[in-house]
Design a protein around this ligand. Structure first.
Ligand SMILES: C[S@@+](CC[C@H](N)C(=O)[O-])C[C@H]1O[C@@H](n2cnc3c(N)ncnc32)[C@H](O)[C@@H]1O
Length: 433
């Protein structure tokens, strides 16, 4: 009886990686492969490296594919495109992995997919052509990394130097930032972390999953990008006051508000995400009232001293961890978010007590979702005034405070003077006159 031949080494991880990349290209958010998806740690690390390289280099890969496939991408071809992108990423941008495995395993992976099988010859020909031109492709301009949808707006808003830093940040990815429950030098040391700004610390290199890091099980910190930790710190509502956290899940800012001593109501429209918020707070031994409702029409029984609105947005500021967002979002998507943010801002204002404080923030680099929304709010919501943030409130990040007292961070910034960038965030603080 014929024996089944074992899979060639490295094939399985490529099949799993191709499926994940295919889903992301079709619109899913990227999340790294987990142990359940690929048990072997080295395979998993390699598969995640291939996927993230293909996503970060998407603009350059688009150019390469356009050059090599004169008839364009074949339609209805299963995982063909994903396998091609992973293999081009390896051939051109990860030369340390060797070209042979990229070619051989790409053809094998194509043969395994009934919808792509007939294209294994094309896969082989295209990759051989790419291999012959890999030195030229490896020197493609970084300008290709940022899609046209955002390139011009960002150039106007942030300037050439920042855009070049964005490309560097996109390729480098994000370090792991944590917010500490209490500042503890021993814990920071055990984590291999360095202090960043306020109670944020940064881990540049780690050899284990987040859940296995010191202090996780004991609830001594939570994962939160340094930029994402800024808005809650700026609330400045009455000490011990009642604060409404709108769009709260999974609860990073809720935890900060509780830590600051407020009585917090956390609201989110997504019941599943709210369960995650509850689990996160339970691990930290923090408590908040939780409400599953639409922030656009929620009517509290009593107004709040402070409202934090972390509005749903295009999330373009998170491209270091989610390189796909800049390729998924269209100008139309941004316009849709702008309308939603206005509805949520108007209701956030309604939930505010006389002299209450409102912090509005988005993890977006689009002025339409940030700076321009301030103009809209001041015009459309009589009784609301800007309460400018001062540079002294953001030690280590004074340059993020604009002349008008708004906060704008971006991936080219150095929090606390350190490398590694930070998410693009916009924060405005208002109060009721
Ligand atoms: C940027 S995330 C919030 C992150 C969170 N504030 C944190 O710091 O962990 C946006 C959240 O808005 C929620 N959301 C979207 N539309 C909403 C709406 N109309 N009402 C309430 N929540 C909404 C989403 O479910 C999502 O959890």
């Amino acid at each position: 009886m014929a024996q089944n031949k074992p899979d060639p080494a490295g094939l399985k991880l490529r099949l799993v990686a191709a499926q994940r990349l295919k889903n992301v290209l079709a619109g899913d958010n990227f999340s790294p492969l987990t142990t359940a998806e690929l048990a072997d740690g080295r395979d998993r690390a390699l598969a995640n490296r291939l996927i993230t390289t293909a996503l970060r280099r998407q603009g350059q890969l688009n150019f390469i594919i356009h050059t090599l496939l004169d008839k364009g991408m074949p339609g209805k071809s299963g995982t063909f495109e994903a396998v091609l992108r992973l293999s081009l990423a390896q051939l051109v941008f990860l030369p340390d992995l060797g070209a042979h495995s990229a070619l051989f395993l790409a053809v094998e992976a194509t043969k395994r997919d009934p919808k792509a099988r007939h294209l294994s010859g094309l896969m082989n020909a295209v990759l051989r052509n790419a291999q012959a031109n890999s030195a030229k492709f490896g020197m493609l301009s970084d300008d290709l990394l940022i899609p046209d949808t955002f390139g011009d707006t960002w150039l106007d808003a942030y300037g050439e130097e920042a855009i070049s830093a964005f490309s560097t940040a996109l390729l480098a990815g994000a370090p792991l930032d944590l917010t500490l429950k209490t500042s503890d030098a021993e814990l920071i040391d055990a984590l291999g972390a360095e202090k960043l700004i306020a109670d944020s610390v940064r881990i540049d290199q780690r050899d284990r999953p987040v859940e296995a890091l010191p202090g996780f099980a004991e609830g001594q910190w939570w994962v939160q990008d340094a930029a994402s930790a800024i808005p809650a710190r700026l609330l400045g509502a009455t000490k011990g006051g009642r604060v409404l956290d709108l769009c709260a899940a999974p609860g990073g800012k809720t935890a900060q508000l509780i830590k600051a001593g407020y009585q917090v109501t956390a609201l989110d429209s997504d019941a599943t995400r709210m369960e995650r918020l509850k689990q996160n707070l339970a691990r930290l031994d923090y408590t908040a009232e939780t409400v599953v409702a639409d922030a656009g029409n929620y009517a509290p029984s009593a107004p709040y001293d402070g409202v934090l609105l972390d509005a749903p947005c295009s999330a373009t500021g998170t491209f270091r961890r989610h390189p796909e967002v800049i390729w998924h979002r269209s100008v139309g998507d941004v316009a849709g978010r702008v309308r939603l943010q206005r509805a949520l801002l108007a209701n956030a204002f309604r939930c505010l007590d006389a002299s209450g404080v409102l912090v509005y923030c988005v993890c977006s680099l689009e002025p339409a979702e940030g700076e321009n929304q301030v103009e809209w709010a001041l015009d459309a919501l009589p009784g609301l005034e800007l309460w400018p943030v001062t540079p002294a409130e953001l030690p280590g990040l004074e340059t993020a405070v604009t002349g008008r007292g708004l906060v704008r961070t971006h991936p080219g910034m150095a929090p606390g003077g350190r490398d590694g960038g930070m998410d693009g965030f916009f924060v405005a603080r208002f109060r009721r006159r």
